[in-house]
Design a protein around this ligand. Structure first.
Ligand code: NAP
Ligand code: MG
Length: 496
């Protein structure tokens, strides 16, 4: 479509210029609550993308030589600007993503924390000096001597241009991990936000520009993932890809990107294991929060609830009561607990999973329907591992219950899918806690806490098909830098 003058038309930041698409085309962004268009954003062309990558390539040189203290200062400045805009960030998230205003304020908090964390991390991200072993070593060229004269420095340097491609469920926080830590590491960034939630990505670019980052250090291109996203990851001038999204697109990216640094944060299908000695009240609350936070559209959501058969009846009764108390409605209202699903394709996937469970004879104890994109909190009992809701990421407010009778069976069930992002387990036994934490294959295991819990200073990411690499803190800085070994011979010099 061409730009519609009746709705707010955004521009994108390419090479320091706020611009329309070069051919004037744009696409609409819809509110998941009202299904009405709320803005139009540029549908960037391949030429626009090329300009963004070229600008990032030029700016990467400036970023690489910028002293780390200056990078930290600019990040702190960006953090101050973001803090002054935090309510606006939250409201934009509600409008285009559909999460509640409370959830959106939490996201703005998480998003804004990355500036300071990245500024702190760059000041302590450092290399090593390693001892020379050359006198005992040998290579295909023969024996190497003179190790006593060698000084070996292992340094970290920026990769160059980082592509950040982000999903719609955390439209400010997730791209800002790649942006803040990518810039802290001395890279430049081309951001391609989700087409469902591009406005939050555009706001991030406004914040970095206002903070004074060099022209071209941050670029944002909006448009289709399969066109612009694909061309971005395939570009030989892009040195790293930080992608957060589905396993399907993650797999395409591994084929398209070629030899580049890859950080892939993909889907999850997190189990909550409730042992016979668990505090049932805490486990019920954690399951409800895990399944219904952000209407279940978190990569860390509790997608499967595995309950010991001896406590099944009490647990399920309490979870159904708790589920019926969730207030579903307009996400902008302060007393709403759960907003709509974000988009129709995602909602159809939830329908397919619930219908599959229904057809296989599972009991839908509460919920199971939707109006528009508003889906009821849903508890499904008697789920077995062959169900879609068990095998796949549902991404909706659904709590599927499967029973087990031993710790080994619980671990086997927890591991019985292709995903391994986050998991949780409830038990009063330290022994069982350790055996579960060690036995469940996942990037994070939370004991006596829901799946939707993470720490900003701890690594975050997935095992199995849930991803590659780790985000947050020093781990993402490691992924966004190259290691260089510098060997210096202090003897072969003229002044010796
Ligand atoms: P998605 O469909 O995979 O899209 C993610 C991003 O990739 C979007 O910006 C999309 O652009 C772009 N894209 C699509 N096709 C592409 C291609 N061929 N090449 C390059 N980019 C392409 O995922 P989503 O539906 O937005 O997000 C939900 C998924 O993200 C869930 O699976 C969720 O678990 C996962 N997620 C994981 C984490 C984590 O940290 N592990 C966190 C949050 C979400 P368009 O929007 O233009 O298609
Ligand atoms: Mg599932």
């Amino acid at each position: 479509m061409q730009e519609d003058p009746s709705i707010d038309t955004k521009r994108v930041l390419i090479d320091g210029q706020w611009t329309r698409a070069s051919d004037g085309s744009a696409f609409e962004v819809f509110s998941p609550s009202t299904l009405q268009p709320i803005a139009a954003v540029p549908k960037c062309t391949r030429d626009d993308l090329k300009r963004a990558i070229d600008a990032a390539k030029t700016a990467a040189k400036k970023m690489a030589t910028m002293p780390v203290g200056m990078r930290a200062l600019l990040l702190k400045k960006a953090g101050e600007i973001a803090e002054s805009r935090k309510e606006e960030i939250a409201r934009t998230i509600v409008q285009e993503c559909g999460k509640t205003i409370h959830e959106a304020r939490e996201e703005a908090w998480f998003s804004n924390i990355h500036y300071g964390d990245a500024a702190a991390e760059v000041l302590r991200h450092r290399g090593e000096v390693v001892p020379s072993t050359a006198e005992q070593g040998a290579t295909s060229a023969g024996r190497i001597e003179g190790g006593a004269a060698k000084r070996i420095l292992v340094t970290r340097e920026p990769v160059g241009v980082a592509a950040v491609i982000s999903p719609w469920n955390w439209p400010s926080d997730i791209p800002n991990i790649g942006l803040a830590f990518g810039l802290a590491a001395g890279n430049s960034v081309v951001l391609k936000p989700s087409s469902y939630t591009p406005m939050s990505g555009i706001m991030l670019a406004e914040i970095y520009e206002a903070a004074g980052f060099p022209k071209g250090a941050v670029n944002v291109v909006t448009g289709s993932g399969s066109e612009i996203g694909d061309a971005l990851v395939s570009s030989p001038d892009v040195n790293a890809v930080v992608f957060t999204g589905s396993v399907e697109v993650g797999e395409q990216i591994t084929r398209k990107a070629g030899i580049k640094k890859l950080v892939l944060e993909l889907g999850g299908n997190g189990p909550i294991v409730v042992m016979d000695d668990a505090h049932i009240g805490h486990a019920v609350e954690a399951s409800a929060v895990g399944a219904y936070y952000l209407a279940g559209q978190c990569c860390t959501a509790a997608e499967r609830i595995l309950v010991h058969q001896s406590i099944h009846d009490e647990f399920v009764r309490k979870l159904v009561d708790r589920s019926r108390k969730v207030r579903v409605g307009d996400p902008m209202l302060e007393d709403t607990d759960m907003g709509p699903l974000n988009n129709e394709p995602s909602a159809r996937k939830v329908d397919a999973h619930v219908n599959d469970a229904r057809e296989r004879g599972a009991k839908i104890l509460t919920g199971g329907h939707r109006k528009g994109l508003f889906h009821e909190p849903t508890v499904i009992d008697d789920v077995t591992p062959d169900f879609l809701v068990f095998q796949e990421e549902t991404f909706g407010p659904v709590a599927p219950i499967t029973t087990f009778s031993s710790l080994d069976e619980a671990i086997e069930l927890a591991n019985a899918t292709q995903y391994g992002l986050t998991a949780a387990a409830f038990t009063s036994s330290l022994r069982k806690a350790f055996l579960l934490a060690e036995g469940i294959k996942a990037g994070s295991v939370n004991i006596n806490e829901t799946t939707n819990y993470w720490e900003q200073q701890a690594p975050f990411g997935g095992s199995k098909k849930s991803g590659l690499g780790r985000e947050l803190s020093k781990w993402v800085m490691d992924d966004l830098t190259d290691i260089k070994t510098v060997t210096i011979d202090i003897e072969k010099v003229l002044d010796h």
